[in-house]
Design a protein around this ligand. Sequence first.
Ligand SMILES: [Fe+2]
Length: 557
Amino acid sequence: MTLENFVYESVSELLDGKYDAVKPRIEKHKDIYHDDTAICFSLLSLGAFLKNDFNTFYQFMNDASFLVDQSTDPITKIFHEMVLGFVNFTEKNTTLYSINYNKARKLSIKCQRTDFFEKLNSMLKCPPISHFSMAHNGQSKDPLLALVKIGQAVAAEKNIDLLIKTIAEETKTALNADRCTVYVYDKETDELYSKVATGLDVKELRIPADKGLAGHVLRTGETINIKDAYSDKRFNSSVDKETGYRTKNMLCMPIKNFNQEIIGVFQVLNKFDEYFTPDDEDLLVAIASNAGISLENAQLFEKQRKLLEEQKIVLDSFIETLATSIDARDKITSGHSSRVKMYAVLIANEFGMEQNDLYILEKAAALHDIGKIGIRDAVLQKEGKLTPEEYKHIQQHVEITHHILEKIHMSKDFQQITEIACSHHEKFDGSGYYRHLKGNDIPFGGRILAVSDVFDAITSKRHYRDKMPIDKVINIIKDGAGSHFDPLVVEKFLAIKLSEIVKVFCTENCMKIDKNDYETLEKYNLLDLYYSIVNNCSNKLLQVFNKYYVGVDLEHE
Ligand SMILES: [Fe+2]
């Protein structure tokens, strides 16, 4: 059963007065699914409240509030606010109720779980704030309260689409209207666009900036309050035609930025009780000034985000070009950098590495041997054994990698790329090069690259030797734990599924993995393969693995 269904069922039974029957089930759920503990405490507190057991209610509610604060799950947060709202509503604490209600609603819009909010709201039979305030207070909403709420709702919202949606939702509620559309002016196309028209299933709405009432407001800066839209010549009924909606009355107002330039238009439709009043106009003026600043901030933020994205694309292609140039230079190890990158990603995934760190690791892997550009051809492409002097020269590639990359000063992230890339020949016991770093002083990414680099080197065919048998390869990696390699990285590496390793081989030999083989390889990791060889078990697994590891080479020979 999904968590949502568990909540619906439990709430329904609690409302039916079956607290004693439901309680053991909720407690059992809480003990099995620790992630759901917060929501279970909210349920238990709701049950205790309905049973008029206020002492227990407060205890459960305290625990729930504490846990909900730590939780990142939106469902948990929405539900907790709704339980609090239900309690406040029942206790006739209207101000607190409206705060809980709006918080839950805003959260549900933000994480696109209005279905959960609406369903629970109808189960708990709490009226929407607009109806509630009209029915219970007998007067329109306190404009200050509405403003504070909109301020809260839009604070820190940097995603412009969500911001448009939130402002529209909040304004609709504040003005007790059926719909609200927030149009933003798109200078480039000279159009007004809205991502979401409240209540309509339209993803993006675009209208020419010189059409309709919204266009009129954009051009003139006037506020328009009309009682019958269809009797007004400026009204553009095409949106109604497109959406099947019938506009009756309308309040339309410009949205201005800090410099008083018009950047968009508010269009509030169909007031529930008669028409929009001058008080509504005043409230919308205040909302519009608040919304204008938020919208402009979000637009600036979006612009900056796009700029950064473009920079990232430039950086990515730059790195790609550099990485390709290494392969072009050193044909013997062609494809090495990209395979090292793939192995590094597999290890990082075993660690559950975060996206940004993974990005840095990938770039470092792609560039780790860039310093080979500075190595003489005669040495780099020598077919025979290297003399000690030549070996020393080739070792310099790491230092050269460092010098090249440190000159490309772009950001802190790039410094990390440099640090990781030039640590790939460091050894865990400090006997590596070129800075002789030891243990955890070697950047984590560098320790991952060390394993990936050696694994690819010894699993690749060289002109002077065939591919090394896989048990020998694994033995080298295993034996290197603690001396050459970080033991934890080795442990994670050996836990990688054979199917993933074989996928990397296939990027080189262009083989397609057979479905049955894939299923077999998916069940075992490198360590399993090692023990199956060492213990002389059925070598079926080895056969399947070798098909992709050495298969093509055998065919060629
Ligand atoms: Fe290297």
